[in-house]
Design a protein around this ligand. Structure first.
Ligand code: 16G
Ligand code: MG
Length: 551
């Protein structure tokens, strides 16, 4: 096997645009869209090699930059079961993306030799893209890479990130997980949603009379916007979605899940009537947050990833109990989880909770240690994973006449809930349907959901430093191990605040250090975040202006 054609096309049409190094980080490669053509061409070839290493299983490639500004773009690889690329391959991706044009062929040659790959003719790659202006040209570069490498390729056009993850898993399980098409995806999710709503009616569990089937949704002007009408057509009256930021405006501009979470306010230009249930997707629809304006206090309330995790875990815990089976359940969070949510999980839900570093791969991996693992980042990315053995146990128990009818019914219900949940990755559409189903089942409105616990006021800030790698963290990013003295100084500040907590970490997607702080009042949280930001600026080589004190 040689890479002569790959090398020639690479030098001619997909030559490096600059020599600035680029790294496969938490969410793949991400930078300005006009810097990515060569990177994505090369990732087409790498995906073909990955496929060969997985005995010809289909590898997915998604072109998106999620919640980043419209002019950015990015690319990430999807492994055969729909999970993120195995971390051990991130270094190969980084190496291949950065080699000089003249060495591309030889670098690929060396890689396949080291991996023991003899041919790429049986390799398969499936890909999709989001709605960014730069995405079509990048998709062409990707297709060229895959085809020039000699692999087969399937172009799924515009998809949300979780839809591509789902399709990859369907292909590689020969349809056992579902039909490998967008239509198959909607059929599976809406089929489960409709069945669950009807099951609850026939079993007289709740009348659902007071559930308000009207949801207001901000699609961040992203790829999710175009998918909602398809979903709506299948749901009919069961859920009426009023869509804003459907794709006609600028992507992620003053809208979307990231904006709402970080700014702690609604998307620009929308006015919430008190009590309305609102949700926001991010640009590639793998995150969702809910929010509302209080009926009595008229204040903005955010129902973020932590609130979704606790709602889902509480619901699943009750259902598991009803089955009477021995299935353990756990929740996985990151340091960004609000302190109140962690206390609620431990003290009220009494469910084990684990904390891992930021990034889906860490959460997903940890969640697999439970029979049912619910994982959510506070920013709204999350899902629930069910182990193969628990799934098999449920399937067996549904028909087990030794169990009482109520138990068999609970097993049936749980199996159906599992069908509603995207098992590959966090999915805004699937999470939305899950939340809506649970709220309907419990007969809850947003106020009731929000009452579970009260978030501690919190603030996030960014600090620009010369080299963010001078900050290293331990204890799932909750403590800084370098530079020396920084953590002690943070501890001293935190000790001055009631219910204070703060941590700092280098961002994996931006050239900044992130600061998080929470305390018992918004003013205290703002002040603590500011003071910690100043520490970072002074002790970790801040550049530009010193952080500004809160007003
Ligand atoms: C990426 C991660 C997300 C994480 C975020 C943190 C994936 C698919 N996405 O978007 O999970 O929360 O990065 O960004 O892993 P930061 O490192 O810039 O704070
Ligand atoms: Mg995203």
């Amino acid at each position: 096997m040689d890479f002569v054609d790959v090398q020639v096309a690479g030098e001619k049409k997909y030559a490096k645009q600059d020599d600035i190094p680029i790294q496969y980080g938490t969410a793949g490669f991400r930078t300005k869209g006009n810097r990515l053509k060569h990177v994505i061409y090369r990732m087409g070839v790498l995906a073909a090699i990955r496929s060969a290493c997985k005995n010809g299983a289909t590898i997915g490639v998604m072109i998106t930059a999620s919640h980043n500004p419209e002019e950015d773009n990015g690319v990430k690889l999807v492994d055969p079961m729909g999970e993120m690329l195995g971390p051990e391959w991130e270094k190969y991706a980084t190496e291949i993306a950065n080699v000089p044009d003249k060495e591309l062929g030889s670098a690929l040659q060396a890689l396949v030799k080291a991996l023991g790959v003899a041919s790429l003719s049986k390799s398969r790659v499936a890909f999709a893209r989001d709605t960014r202006p730069s995405s079509p040209a990048l998709a062409e570069a990707l297709e060229a890479g895959i085809k020039t490498a000699g692999a087969q390729c399937q172009n799924f056009g515009l998809l949300t990130t979780p839809q591509l993850h789902y399709i990859v898993r369907c292909i590689n399980t020969n349809g056992e997980y579902g039909k490998p098409t967008e239509d198959g995806y909607f059929e599976k999710l809406t089929g489960a949603f409709i069945k669950l709503r009807n099951m609850r009616k026939t079993k007289k569990m709740k009348t659902l009379e007071s559930y308000n089937a009207c949801l207001y949704l901000d699609a961040a002007n992203g790829v999710g916007g175009g998918k909602v009408p398809v979903l709506q057509a299948k749901l009919g009256e069961l859920l009426k979605i009023n869509l804003v930021n459907d794709g006609s405006g600028k992507l992620n501009h003053d809208c979307g899940a990231d904006f709402v979470k970080v700014q702690q306010k609604p998307p620009a230009g929308v006015s919430l009537a008190p009590g309305q249930r609102w949700a926001s997707f991010d640009g590639d629809a793998d995150r969702i947050v809910y929010y509302f304006l209080g009926v009595t206090d008229k204040k903005f309330h955010l129902l973020d990833g932590d609130k979704i995790a606790t709602l889902v875990a509480g619901y699943l815990k009750d259902l598991v109990q009803e089955t009477g089976l021995s299935v353990n359940l756990g929740i996985v969070q990151t340091a960004y989880a609000n302190g109140s949510s962690t206390s609620y999980i431990t003290d009220t839900l009494k469910v084990p909770v684990a904390c891992v570093p930021t990034g889906v791969k860490h959460l997903h991996h940890k969640a697999q240690e439970f029979d049912i693992g619910v994982y959510f980042e506070a920013n709204g990315h999350g899902t629930a994973l069910v182990s193969d053995s628990s799934y098999a146990l449920l399937q067996k128990s549904v028909k087990d006449t030794k169990l009482i009818e109520k138990q068999r019914e609970a097993c049936d219900l749980l199996l159906c809930v599992i069908d509603l949940i995207n098992q590959t990755v966090g999915d805004a559409i699937s999470d939305m349907l899950l939340v809506e189903m649970i709220l309907a089942g419990l007969d809850w409105d947003v106020e009731q959901w929000n009452k579970a616990y009260t978030d501690l006021p919190n603030r996030q800030l960014k600090v620009k430093v010369k080299d963010r790698s001078v900050i290293q963290t331990i204890d799932a990013e909750r403590k800084a191990s370098t530079p020396p003295g920084l953590q002690n100084a943070i501890d001293d500040l935190v000790a001055q605040y009631t219910r204070g907590r703060s941590f700092v970490r280098p961002s994996g997607t931006e050239d900044v250090v992130r600061v998080y702080a929470e305390a018992d009042s918004p003013t205290a949280a703002d002040k603590l975040a500011y003071e910690v930001a100043v520490l970072v600026y002074k002790m970790a080589g801040g550049v530009g202006e010193e952080p500004k004190a809160p007003e």
